[in-house]
Design a binder for this molecule. Structure first.
Ligand SMILES: Nc1ncnc2c1ncn2[C@@H]1O[C@H](COP(=O)(O)OP(=O)(O)OP(=O)(O)O)[C@@H](O)[C@H]1O
Length: 241
């Protein structure tokens, strides 16, 4: 019996009959687990996240979400905050709803992300970190069970980023969210995730001398060993810089 919240079986994703973004990817994610997807550019991290979110379909294989919950099940948070500039912070969360409960829930979430005093502000009046906190609150408005984070902290300075990591971790733990974080930052992955999945980098594009599926977007599990290697590589780069 499979007790996974998200079950990915033998998934391939080929774009335009030409670019293999994912090759035979299988992965099970348990309820409440925090997964980080790392790997070099073009390794298929965002593609995998989009397939899980149902924003795209696999070319073959299956992505199954094992939950009886309805459409509010999953929310995605992106690198850019995607707030509507003409709406106040409160309206960005409640989409202008006049419903008392919706507003009350939005205010609760503003408190959770420590921005209660900013309900009447507009996005242009906020710092980058504040905007991402609002984006996080908005993602939580529907009480999702699964949170998909596509490099949401990439544009933040180191200190703000660290604070956001703590905030996200705290919320995910308290709400027992199943979370998938795409990040280029291996230290961030190590700090936040229960499990790190390394998407192997590859030549995804079709080339004559390279069978088009070879090495494309495969998952290399994780492993402290792999993580260690990447960290060592970074160390080497620093030393030779
Ligand atoms: N809509 C698309 N159409 C065609 N090719 C695509 C599309 N989306 C992604 N690809 C290709 O699929 C491969 C994987 O891309 P993806 O964005 O998933 O990688 P990634 O690991 O998230 O990269 P990055 O870290 O740079 O964001 C790349 O070769 C990319 O060019």
């Amino acid at each position: 019996m499979n007790d996974s919240m998200i079950s990915i079986k033998n998934v391939n994703k080929i774009y335009n009959n030409q670019t293999t973004a994912l090759h035979d990817v299988s992965l099970d994610i348990k309820q409440g687990e925090f997964i980080a997807l790392v790997g070099m550019s073009g390794g298929g991290k965002s593609t995998l996240l989009r397939l899980i979110a149902g924003l795209e379909k696999p070319s073959s294989g299956n992505v199954t979400i094992n939950s009886t919950d309805s459409k509010s099940l999953m929310r995605v948070m992106f690198q850019e905050d995607r707030l509507l500039p003409w709406m106040s912070v409160l309206d960005n969360l409640s989409f202008g709803s006049k419903d008392k409960n919706t507003k009350a829930h939005a205010l609760e979430l503003l408190e959770l992300v420590e921005l209660s005093d900013y309900a009447d502000h507009y996005p242009t009046q906020l710092s980058g970190g504040q905007k991402q906190r609002i984006a996080l609150a908005r993602a939580l408005m529907t009480d999702p069970k699964i949170l998909l984070l596509d490099e949401p902290l990439g544009a933040l300075d180191a200190l703000t980023r660290r604070k956001m990591q703590d905030l996200i971790l705290d919320i995910c733990q308290k709400q027992n969210l199943t979370t998938i974080l795409v990040t280029h930052d291996v230290e961030e992955a190590a700090r936040m995730a229960d499990r790190i999945i390394v998407m192997k980098n590859s030549t995804n594009s079709y080339e004559e001398n390279c069978p088009k599926n070879r090495n494309a977007g495969q998952i290399g599990i994780v492993a402290d060993r792999v993580l260690g290697e990447i960290l060592e590589e970074n160390e080497l780069q620093k030393q030779t810089a």
